[in-house]
Design a protein around this ligand. Structure first.
Ligand code: NAD
Length: 392
C-alpha cells in the first residue's frame, strides 16, 4: 500500500486533535467521515474539505474507497465498531480505552489477527517525543536498571480556547452506566499504558485507595504496583484541584513521569499542561551530569499529529504499531485492578481480570451530579467575586 484512504468514525471533541495529522500526511487522504449527528458531520466536512459523509458506520465500512479507519466514537462503542471494521477488511486505529471490558478487548485483538489487518490503539503519549526519548534512554541503560516508576496526574482549571470549545454533550456517556468507571478509566488510561510501555514490563499485583470525587473524578487516588520483576515498583497519584489554575492550550490537566534507575533519574513534564517551566525531559546520570532535552517537541497537539502519521507510516512501511493492542489490554486490566484493589482493600493480580470492574458507588446518581454541579457553579461565582474585589 503506498497511499492510505482513511475513514473517520466519530467526529466529536477529540477528532479535532486526531484528524489534522491525517489531513497533513502526504501519503494519507481523509476519504470519508461518519457520525450520526448531521450538524457536526457537516461542519467538520466543511472545515476539513472532506466530500464523503456517512451517518451509519456500516455504510462507511461498505465503501471500497476506504483502506483504514480511525475509531473516535464513544468508548462503549469501540468493540462494536472495531469488530465491524475488521470484518470489512479495514485496518483499524482506535482511541483509548480499547474497550469497556477485557473480554471485548480480547475479541477485538483476535478478530484483527484472524483477518490479517493492522490494529493499534491510538495512544498519543507514545508519540510525545519526551516520553518516546525517555523510553529509548531506559532501553539504552542510561539510568541503569529501572527501580521505581512514578506517575502523577492533576486536574485543575484552565482558560484555553480548546477547553472552552469542547462540546459538553461529549461528556454524557462518560458519566453514566455506559462506562465502567470515571476519570481513572478514561484519561488515566494513558498513564496506565505509559506505566507498562516506558519500562517494557508487566504488572503482577496492585494495591490502591480510590476516593470518590466530584462529577466523574475519582480523586485523590494513590495506587502502588509490583511489576513482574522484584526490583521494580510503580506508584500513581491522581488529584483534583478545581481551584488551581493550570497553564494549558488544551485540557485543564497536567502530568509528570519519573523513572528512577540504579544509576540515574528521568523526568518528563508538560504533556497536556505547562505547570512547570522545566525542559520536557531531563536525564540525571550516575556521575551527577544533568542533560536537558529542551529541543524536543513538547506540544500536546503535536503528539496527536505524530500518532496519526505513525499509523499511516506503519501501513505504508510495515513497521510495528504503537500502542500494541496487547499492551492496551494490559492497561485496561491495570485500570480495573486499581478499582478492585480499592473496593476489596487487598492486592489484586490484574492478569486475572477478564470482564470489567467499577469503583464503589459508580455510576454517580442524578442527585450527586446535581450537587456537584451546584458546588462547581458556587465555586466559580466565589472566584469571580474575589477577582472583582478592588486590589484583587
Ligand atoms: N487524549 C486523548 O487521547 C483523548 C482525549 C479525549 C477523548 N479520547 C477518546 O476518544 C473517544 C471519543 O471521545 P470524545 O471526547 O471525542 O467524545 P465525543 O462524544 O465528543 O465524540 C464522539 C463522537 O462519536 C459520535 N458517535 C456516536 N455514535 C456513533 C456511531 N454509532 N457511529 C459513528 N459515530 C458515532 C458522536 O456523535 C460524537 O460526535 C473516546 O474513546 C475517548 O476516550 C481520547
Amino acid at each position: 500500500m503506498d497511499r492510505v484512504r482513511v475513514g473517520i468514525v466519530g467526529v466529536g471533541n477529540i477528532a479535532t486533535l486526531n484528524v489534522p495529522g491525517y489531513l497533513a500526511h502526504e501519503r494519507a487522504e481523509v476519504a470519508a467521515l461518519c457520525d450520526p449527528r448531521p450538524d457536526v458531520l457537516e461542519r467538520r466536512a466543511r472545515e476539513w474539505g472532506v466530500a464523503k459523509c456517512y451517518s451509519r458506520v456500516e455504510d462507511l465500512l461498505a465503501d471500497d474507497g476506504i483502506d483504514a479507519v480511525e475509531v473516535l466514537s464513544p468508548t462503549p462503542l469501540h468493540a462494536e465498531h472495531v469488530l465491524a471494521a475488521v470484518a470489512a477488511g479495514k485496518h483499524v486505529s482506535c482511541q483509548k480505552p480499547i474497550a469497556n471490558s477485557v473480554a471485548d478487548a480480547r475479541r477485538m485483538i483476535a478478530a484483527a489477527r484472524d483477518a490479517g489487518v493492522t490494529f493499534r490503539v491510538t495512544e498519543n503519549c507514545c508519540h510525545y517525543p519526551p516520553l518516546r526519548k525517555a523510553r529509548d534512554l531506559v532501553r539504552a541503560g542510561a539510568i541503569g536498571t529501572p527501580t521505581v516508576v512514578r506517575i502523577k496526574t492533576v486536574v485543575g482549571r484552565t482558560d484555553s480556547e480548546f477547553q472552552a470549545n469542547l462540546d459538553p454533550s461529549g461528556y454524557g456517556w462518560r458519566f453514566d452506566a455506559r462506562s465502567p468507571g470515571g476519570h481513572l478509566f478514561d484519561d488515566v488510561m494513558h498513564k496506565y499504558a505509559m506505566a507498562l510501555w516506558l519500562v517494557d514490563a508487566h504488572v503482577r499485583s496492585v494495591q490502591a485507595v480510590v476516593r470518590t470525587g466530584p462529577l466523574f473524578f475519582e480523586a485523590p487516588t494513590v495506587a502502588l504496583w509490583e511489576y513482574d520483576r522484584d526490583d521494580l515498583l510503580g506508584i500513581m497519584e491522581v488529584s483534583y484541584a478545581p481551584d488551581m489554575f493550570i497553564r494549558s492550550d488544551h485540557f485543564g490537566a497536567d502530568e509528570f513521569f519519573e523513572i528512577q534507575g540504579t544509576s540515574g533519574f528521568l523526568w518528563v513534564t508538560r504533556l497536556c499542561g505547562q505547570l512547570h517551566d522545566l525542559p520536557p525531559l531531563v536525564l540525571y546520570e550516575e556521575d551527577g551530569r544533568r542533560s536537558a532535552f529542551a529541543d524536543l517537541d513538547a506540544t500536546y497537539d503535536g503528539s496527536f499529529r505524530r500518532a496519526a502519521a505513525d499509523f499511516v507510516d506503519a501501513l505504508v512501511g510495515g513497521h510495528e504499531v504503537d500502542l500494541a493492542p496487547g499492551t492496551a489490554l494490559e492497561a485496561l486490566q491495570l485500570a480495573f485492578a486499581v478499582y478492585a484493589a480499592s473496593n476489596e482493600r487487598r492486592p489484586v493480580d490484574p492478569s486475572g481480570i477478564e470482564t470489567a470492574v467499577s469503583p464503589a458507588g459508580w455510576p454517580p446518581g442524578p442527585e450527586k451530579l446535581r450537587r456537584d454541579v451546584e458546588q462547581m457553579f458556587a465555586r466559580e461565582s466565589a472566584r469571580a467575586a474575589r477577582l472583582a474585589r478592588p486590589g484583587a
